[in-house]
Design a protein around this ligand. Structure first.
Ligand SMILES: *[C@@H]1O[C@H](CO)[C@@H](O)[C@H](O)[C@H]1NC(C)=O
Ligand SMILES: *[C@@H]1O[C@H](CO)[C@@H](O)[C@H](O)[C@H]1NC(C)=O
Ligand SMILES: *[C@@H]1O[C@H](CO)[C@@H](O)[C@H](O)[C@H]1NC(C)=O
Ligand SMILES: *[C@@H]1O[C@H](CO)[C@@H](O)[C@H](O)[C@H]1NC(C)=O
Length: 834
């Protein structure tokens, strides 16, 4: 296999989005317009940085045993232990560093023992050598990067089992570490007819910060709202004059929360147009908000502090639609403070779901790396919003934009004018023609020429360098009274990628150069010019169609182009580990959900209450909401059992019954997906509630996995987890995951699995294997009967028959006598026959 070390970094063009790119944590939402542009590295010569320090000894919140239903006893003794740790961290800093040379940002005193400090590299060096300090890691400066889906996923049937949408998710708390929440949104309103009862309260300790602008943030639906900003305040110049609170200034956290747990049946109205109604996956689940990302950016320190608090509060499910953008330095990412905090969150019984990342379709780009989290890949749904433009010679071109039609007043076709031909005659204007053809400035165009016409605007240099925006194009169209606009790709700069934006004026983006060529050929053929090339008559006619009404096709899902791919590499040397990533596919393309009208992210969406967005950020909350439903119906299942149930019941087929396809760099070119594109397949909520068998694993198993992984240093496992490695008797592939991944198979290897029967009657299972190329796989036993709650060990022998240049893929299928079907994807790299 050849790893591609260069990440195809897709950066946004809009200046508002650009700011996110140089920050530490990425929002895993697809930029609304994007193309390949290189982004300058973050400012060099910066003196102080944030360091994350692991200290010897455990955190005080010892969540043993590892079962999800057991909540910690937050008694006085654990609180005083936490207090002792804070004192210990302060003493450690005082005794090793000079006063005034550092600022402690956080003590992580719940799930692991450590702290975050803002200081200089030389002071950090002294700290690393101090007694009691196990490991020190620099906070990662990194480049960034109508919910119709309940019906697509068959959720109404699942909800019906528990009494319908009014109770779906009842009693489950979903924690969201993101940009905060818009508490006033109807998706989070308490239902006066069905108020939330406080009887789950003893299980959950939240806290509700106040906002002088938004008032009380908690209302029964939102049960906790906090913000974490010490890291961001130390690294970015946070705007000091604004109130820091859990209120969402971006919109992203609000979107994620409403996909997971937004109320049922909320009307989606944007720009006065009704798009239908929205609902979260678990519309009755409660929401706990942990804001750690700001319009200026975010830091690992704030995110870890939020994870620490969420574990302490006792959330059941935790969503991270954010992530560090590259592996840490000098340490495998599995052992980074971020991943270790997630390991301890899992140990505390929390089901953690992460966005897989938006760096596809290049391989080895997934940013969800650990077997103790579930990484979500993003797929399309069968609903599409397609804008079209019709030329009066009958040609119809497809484009992008949530647009109304241009034919309101009975005349279907309007004259077609290219902005470059309608540049205002010199009146001392400073606007260069290159800028003017992008329709950024009304004064740069001749009003009499463009009024009442459909104007062709250039998606050119200004959009690529961040100085032009679609908002300005819309403004120009409004001021000059365009009948509509067409934003076309510049053939010199190539295709761009656009997500449907709500246009207040009829408009369409044509991002494909080949389509633009057809339009421009027609335009030139119908436009008459004098010998100076000045236009004498505009003879072309066009009509923009209704783009706000969805169409449906069966060929879904398809793995989205941007969704990050496996294999799972865990260090800068691109070593792959024996873990399948991404884990699962969920809808993550063109998802309608709640928004924050004060959004600083995208001016076009400012003032709106809903946004149609794409990204693995949108896929993760689908999985979280479905996990909340499983948690509601099966409260005793632990996170690994829920994850297993979701994976082994996933579907590898699309709506047409053919294997799920995957988009390549060109979204139109499809290839058959592998587990590295889609994990186990598309989540199937109703089957996940009744999986038959599961593959449970726990904290000790993850430690054995770390200790046996060749790319992980055993001493470092001790430093980061405070657990010593035993004698190396297992292999990393023996971790009891609902998949088998071997990054390097030489000759023969025996792999162990243990299944548990989640049903209440005995069942007999028969195994079959879809053999990966180059490998022979045998199961022992191949037929077994398993008692309710009983377990069965399975030996899986894998033997190389032919060495290959890359991974090959297969599947183990266990079919039960009561019709349960349990699927395990296999991803094996047969390196050598002996
Ligand atoms: C919690 O701990 C306290 C003191 O350690 C003990 O008295 C109490 O019974 C415990 N509560 C539960 C629910 O286990
Ligand atoms: C800082 O926040 C205040 C209050 O929200 C706002 O008026 C101001 O424009 C902000 N300044 C910057 C530079 O963003
Ligand atoms: C867009 O700009 C390029 C120059 O970069 C120019 O060649 C092309 O004709 C322009 N297209 C339109 C439609 O204005
Ligand atoms: C971006 O491109 C436009 C149009 O070519 C140009 O006028 C402007 O100066 C450029 N701005 C930057 C910041 O490079």
């Amino acid at each position: 296999m050849t790893n591609s070390p260069e990440h195809s970094f897709l950066s946004p063009s809009l200046s508002q989005l650009r700011r996110y790119c140089t920050k530490v944590f990425a929002l895993l939402l697809l930029p609304l317009l994007l193309q390949a542009v290189s982004i300058p590295a973050p400012g060099a010569g910066e003196d102080r940085a944030i360091y994350l320090v692991h200290v010897e000894g455990d955190g005080p919140v010892a969540f043993e045993p590892e079962h999800a239903e057991k909540f910690s006893n937050r008694s006085g003794s654990s609180v005083s232990l936490a207090k002792n740790l804070v004192d210990l961290h302060d003493e450690l800093l005082q005794s090793s560093l000079a006063e005034g040379t550092y600022q402690k940002l956080y003590s992580f005193n719940h799930i692991f023992n450590g702290f975050a400090v803002h200081t200089t590299p030389s002071q950090a060096g002294r700290l690393a050598a101090a007694p009691g300090v196990k490991l020190l890691e620099r906070d990662r400066q990194a480049k960034l990067m109508t919910t119709y889906t309940p019906a697509f996923l068959g959720l109404p049937g699942v909800w019906a089992e528990g009494g319908g949408e009014k109770t779906a998710g009842e009693g489950v708390v979903i924690g969201i570490i993101d940009t905060g929440i818009n508490p006033a949104h109807p998706s989070f309103a308490n239902d006066p007819e069905n108020p939330f009862r406080p009887d789950w309260r003893p299980q959950f300790d939240g806290a509700c910060e106040m906002s002088s602008l938004a008032g009380a943030l908690c209302n029964g639906k939102i049960v906790s709202a906090r913000h974490f900003s010490a890291g961001a305040a130390a690294v970015f110049p946070l705007n000091a004059s604004r109130e820091l609170s859990p209120v969402d200034e971006v919109g992203h956290g609000t979107h994620v929360a409403s996909v997971a747990a937004g109320n049922w049946g909320v009307p989606v109205v944007v720009g006065g147009f009704k798009y239908g109604t929205a609902s979260g996956m678990a519309p009755r689940a409660r929401i706990a908000v942990y804001k750690a990302i700001y319009p200026e950016g975010g830091t690992t320190a704030d995110v870890i502090s939020a994870i620490d608090q969420a574990a302490q509060d006792g959330v059941h499910i935790l969503i991270l639609s954010i992530g560090p953008d590259e592996p840490p330095e000098g340490i495998p990412s599995l052992l980074s403070a971020f991943e270790i905090s997630l390991l301890f969150a899992r140990r505390a019984g929390i089901f953690v779901v992460q966005a897989g990342g938006n760096k596809g379709p290049s391989e080895s780009t997934t940013i969800s790396v650990s077997p103790w989290t579930v990484g979500a890949a993003a797929g399309t749904t069968d609903r599409k919003f397609q804008a079209t433009i019709k030329l009066d010679d009958g040609i119809i071109l497809q484009g992008v934009g949530l647009t109304g039609p241009s034919y309101k007043d009975g005349f279907p076709f309007k004259p077609l004018v290219a902005a470059k031909d309608a540049i205002a005659k010199q009146r001392g204007s400073q606007i260069s023609p290159a800028y003017a053809d992008e329709c950024q400035h009304p004064e740069a165009l001749e009003p009499a020429v463009v009024q009442g016409t459909i104007v062709i605007c250039n998606f050119s240099v200004g959009f690529f360098n961040g100085s032009s925006t679609v908002t300005s194009t819309l403004n120009t169209a409004k001021v000059l009274g365009f009948a509509g606009f067409i934003l076309v790709a510049n053939p010199i700069l190539g295709d761009f990628v656009a997500e449907p934006l709500p246009f207040t004026i009829p408009g369409i983006m044509i991002p494909k150069v080949s389509d633009v060529q057809i339009l421009l050929d027609y335009y030139e053929k119908t436009t008459y010019r004098d010998p100076e090339r000045t236009v004498t008559r505009y003879g072309g006619r066009a009509s923009i169609g209704e783009g706000r009404i969805a169409s449906f096709d069966e060929g879904a899902p398809v793995v989205a182009r941007f969704s990050s791919r496996g294999p799972d590499v865990v260090d800068r040397q691109m070593n792959a580990v024996d873990v399948l990533k991404p884990d699962i596919l969920a809808p993550g393309s063109q998802i309608w959900a709640a928004w924050s009208p004060i959004s600083a992210l995208e001016p076009i969406l400012r003032g709106e209450d809903f946004a149609l967005l794409s990204g693995t950020s949108m896929a993760a909350p689908h999985i979280a909401g479905i996990a909340a439903l499983i948690k509601q119906f099966k409260p005793t299942w632990d996170p690994s059992e829920i994850a297993s149930a979701i994976s082994t019941t996933a579907s590898g087929y699309d709506g047409n019954g053919i294997p799920i396809m995957s988009q390549g760099s060109d979204p139109q070119s499809l290839y058959p997906s592998t587990p590295f594109d889609r994990g186990a397949g598309l989540v199937n909520p109703s089957r996940a509630l009744n999986p038959g068998l599961v593959f449970p694993s726990g904290f000790k198993d993850y430690i054995s996995f770390l200790c046996s992984s060749p790319s992980v240093d055993r001493e470092m496992v001790k430093s980061t987890t405070n657990r010593a490695c035993g004698s190396p008797e297992s292999s990393p592939a023996d971790l009891n995951l609902p998949s088998i991944t071997i990054a390097s198979l030489r000759g023969l290897q025996m792999v162990r699995r243990r299944v548990k029967n989640m049903g209440d009657v005995p069942e007999t299972y028969l195994s079959s294997v879809r053999q990966p190329r180059g490998v022979r796989v045998y199961l022992k036993p191949s037929l077994f009967t398993i008692q309710p709650q009983g377990t069965q060990d399975i030996q899986i022998e894998l033997k190389v028959t032919e060495a290959l240049e890359g991974f090959s893929f297969g599947e183990i299928v266990l079919v039960g006598s009561l019709d349960h079907i349990v699927r395990l994807p296999m991803s094996i790299f047969p390196v050598a026959v002996i």
